[in-house]
Design a protein around this ligand. Structure first.
Ligand code: ADP
Ligand code: ZN
Ligand code: ZN
Length: 748
């Protein structure tokens, strides 16, 4: 008798354990670790789905009381067993239920039936077939003759690989019986092949294969020689924008694939649409596939099947591509590893970069992380020697880094220039329009309207304890208080600037549409394109706009952060950044890091071709170290300053933060549980506790949300705090109406 341990498909903490079932006779073959099955559950034997996570011959209690599996779901997709262990790791490290963790590692859960294609292939040589066709014609068997004449007339590669049955029927007008007859005679054979949906439209144009420069070659060779020696590691390539990192990835992947392994390339969702996929497709043809959220369920299912069956070697996509069921995964590349979109927004709130490193360790694969603006975490680990670091400090080919002008917006205000454009930016745009070169205008939308600043001196109201900006709180439509979302510090809304006395203080924000209007007014001759959440809705939104811009159908592209990613437009020689330091005010301890990233990436869009680029960077705090260093693309100086601040305030990556979100319809019980949570965390001397405070979104859909933060150098202590809180919540009946979500090292 075989017994299966099963995780049922309900994400409730109290059911977050396995239940044992009998595998009935006849079902042994189909019941595997990872299989999706149906089982009777609870007192009423309600049928529920669940995943088999273990099989054994030992019953855990009285055999007669163990229920039987009802059936193995035929349409279900089984979880690969190593993905199950990965799910276990995710559950442990990010505090979620096993059921949710299993769902996270299974991007497709259901089979979506694809098309089946029938093909006809020859059993004789072309010449022989032609002879037979003539024979049939003589015997007045013209239907058979038509088919054989048709087949012997087609191109060799179709002839030998099999021609499409439906096309033959259409072209020759014969019935199915005619084909069957020819098959019986042994002249042709027929075959059924699954036809997979291929989401990549065939790429056009050619992709030059560059000879790697010395630096690129050194990096690719080092990683590949480790790989051949059986050394598996995590590498971080820090290379300025346009330094040829993608070219390096392609070389490494090519080599690893040649050794019979497969590769995953993770890229942020918004960078996905256009150029990177095209470059890979042109180089590797249809051995490459993509998965992303805009594919249909069927398209997605097929891509994972193609991977499983070995008909592709490379999978490109955001987070979910990480879980591609390749038979022999050799390497995972995480491009733009600093991107926030790698962090899942729903529980389990895992970080794809960390899961990539874990998955690779489980499979004996290597990981390559790449960025022009590495996350503090990765660079910190690289300096500690956990990751091997490579730097590329110059652009590939002949391109040089752009010249950056920092414009002080306070001075523009003083000079009575109240326009969105500084005098310098206006002149520079005019110049490009005359020379028929292209312009990108970037609007930093992070922190939009979410803070108070002074237009005269640029000062923003910040928390004296947490080094984050204070958030305005509205009361009856006016801002009446400013609050820190970390520690709860608050002050009344001041009526003049605390530092210079100016009355020009308030929320600041500007949208893409406003900028577009301003551009049209100032430069009526210019053709503009706008790229933001509104204009990019739909399947091809990004691709269409970037395509138009790439073909030179517009002079000025206006957009939010989505335009700063990975796109390469050789004719863009000017990038204007409207308010570069807006993102310093997001109320998040990572604000300076995000600002550095956005500004350095935006600046990196200029001068990617042969022509030298220029960047005009407008800011209220032009002296801030994130702005100054981003303008120089001096990551290391930025890193040094930032890490010392993190050290001082005990923020990651130096320390760790556990965020506990407690929510309930009943504000009092949410607050009470949050207070108990804080007290439990305080029992550990090494943990510094902040809160409870209102969450950044204090109330959503009538649910009250409270946060408690615990900072600690030792991650394991925070994990045990999490376990204690979880255990308390499970046992205590008073807080049945509350929910808890844990987040590690993530505050937004
Ligand atoms: P990154 O990924 O670092 O932004 P890319 O790989 O996209 O850089 O390269 C930037 C530009 O430089 C691309 O247009 C690419 O074709 C070109 N390039 C890359 N490597 C070389 C090389 N060795 N020689 C000439 N041009 C190169
Ligand atoms: Zn002021
Ligand atoms: Zn504070």
């Amino acid at each position: 008798m075989i017994f299966a341990d099963i995780i049922v498909d309900i994400s409730v903490k109290s059911l977050d354990r396995t239940f044992q079932y009998k595998v009935p006779p006849g079902m042994e073959k189909d019941t595997r670790i990872g299989s999706l099955v149906q089982v009777p559950f609870g007192k009423g034997n309600r049928p529920l789905k669940g995943y088999v996570v273990n099989l054994s011959s030992h019953p855990v209690y009285d055999i007669s009381r163990i229920k039987e599996i009802i059936q193995v779901e035929k349409q279900g997709v089984a979880v690969e067993s190593h993905l199950l262990s990965l799910a276990g790791w995710i559950k442990e490290n990010y505090g979620s239920t096993m059921n949710n963790a299993i769902k996270a590692v299974m991007p497709v859960k259901k089979e979506v039936k694809g098309q089946i294609k029938r093909t006809v292939y020859p059993l004789v040589e072309k010449k022989v077939m032609e002879g037979m066709a003539e024979e049939f014609e003589k015997k007045h068997n013209s239907a058979r003759a038509r088919v054989l004449f048709y087949l012997s007339g087609i191109e060799d590669d179709i002839y030998y690989n099999g021609a499409d049955y439906s096309i033959i029927i259409k072209e020759t007008g014969v019935s199915k019986a005619v084909i069957d007859g020819l098959e019986k005679k042994g002249i042709i054979g027929t075959d059924l092949v699954k036809k997979y949906r291929n989401p990549i439209e065939s790429a056009s144009g050619d992709c030059p294969r560059h000879k790697l420069n010395d630096r690129q070659k050194y990096i690719a060779d080092s990683i590949l020689s480790d790989y051949r020696d059986g050394i598996r590691k995590t590498y971080l390539i820090y290379g300025v924008t346009g330094s040829g990192k993608t070219e390096v990835y392609m070389n490494i992947i090519e080599d690893v694939v040649a050794q019979g392994k497969q590769a995953v390339l993770l890229i942020p969702e918004i960078a996905l649409t256009f150029q990177t996929v095209n470059r890979f497709y042109k180089r590797f043809g249809d051995r490459v596939s993509v998965v992303h959220s805009r594919l249909s369920a069927g398209e997605r299912y097929d891509q994972f099947m193609r991977a499983k069956e070995g008909s592709i070697d490379i999978m490109i996509g955001p987070r979910t591509a990480l879980f591609t069921p390749f038979p022999n995964l050799g390497i995972i590349v995480v491009d733009e590893e600093h991107e926030t979109s790698y962090q899942s927004e729903t529980p389990p709130k895992y970080h794809a970069r960390e899961v990539a490193v874990q998955r690779a360790a489980m499979l004996g694969a290597s990981v390559v992380l790449g960025s022009a603006t590495p996350s503090l975490e990765s660079y910190y680990r690289a300096l500690k020697g956990e990751y091997k670091l490579f730097k590329i400090e110059e652009r590939a080919g002949n391109a040089v880094l752009p010249e950056v002008h920092i414009v002080d917006l306070r001075k523009e205000f003083e000079a009575k220039n109240y326009s969105i454009f500084s005098r310098k930016l206006e002149l520079s745009i005019e110049e490009r329009l005359k020379k028929h070169e292209q312009v990108i205008i970037f609007i930093n939308r992070r922190g939009y309207a979410g803070f108070i600043s002074c237009r005269k001196c640029g000062e923003t109201a910040g928390c004296p304890h947490c080094s984050v900006s204070l958030k305005p709180h509205m009361h009856k439509g006016v801002v009446d208080r400013l609050k820190c979302h970390f520690c709860g510090y608050e002050i009344p809304m001041p009526d003049k600037c605390p530092s210079c006395g100016s009355k020009y203080i308030g929320t600041f924000g500007i949208g893409t549409q406003q900028v577009e209007e301003a551009v049209r007014k100032k430069f009526p001759q210019a053709r503009t394109l706008r790229m933001d959440a509104d204009t990019t809705a739909g399947k091809e939104g990004h691709g269409r706009i970037l395509g138009q811009f790439g073909r030179g159908e517009a002079d000025i592209l206006i957009g939010t952060q989505m335009i700063v990613k990975g796109h390469d437009f050789p004719n863009v020689t000017l990038v204007g950044i409207i308010a570069a330091d807006l993102s310093l005010n997001t109320g998040d301890y990572r604000a300076a890091e995000r600002t550095y990233q956005l500004v350095a990436q935006a600046a990196g869009r200029a001068g990617r071709g042969g022509k030298k680029g220029e960047v005009v960077l407008q800011a209220y705090q032009p002296g801030h170290y994130s702005i100054v260093n981003a303008a120089r693309q001096d990551y290391e100086s930025f890193f040094k300053q930032e890490v010392s601040i993190r050290q001082m305030l005990q923020y990651p990556p130096v320390s760790n933060i556990l965020g506990v979100l407690v929510f309930s319809e009943n504000e009092e019980s949410a607050l009470k549980l949050a207070t108990i949570t804080a007290d439990m965390a305080k029992q550990h001397k090494a943990v510094k506790v902040l809160g409870p405070v209102d969450a950044p979104v204090a109330k959503a859909k009538d649910i009250y949300r409270k946060m408690v933060y615990g900072k600690c150098m030792d991650y394991n202590i925070l994990r045990s705090v999490k376990d204690c809180i979880e255990a308390f919540k499970e046992e205590d009946t008073e807080f049945k109406d509350c929910g808890i979500i844990f987040e590690f090292n993530l505050i937004s």
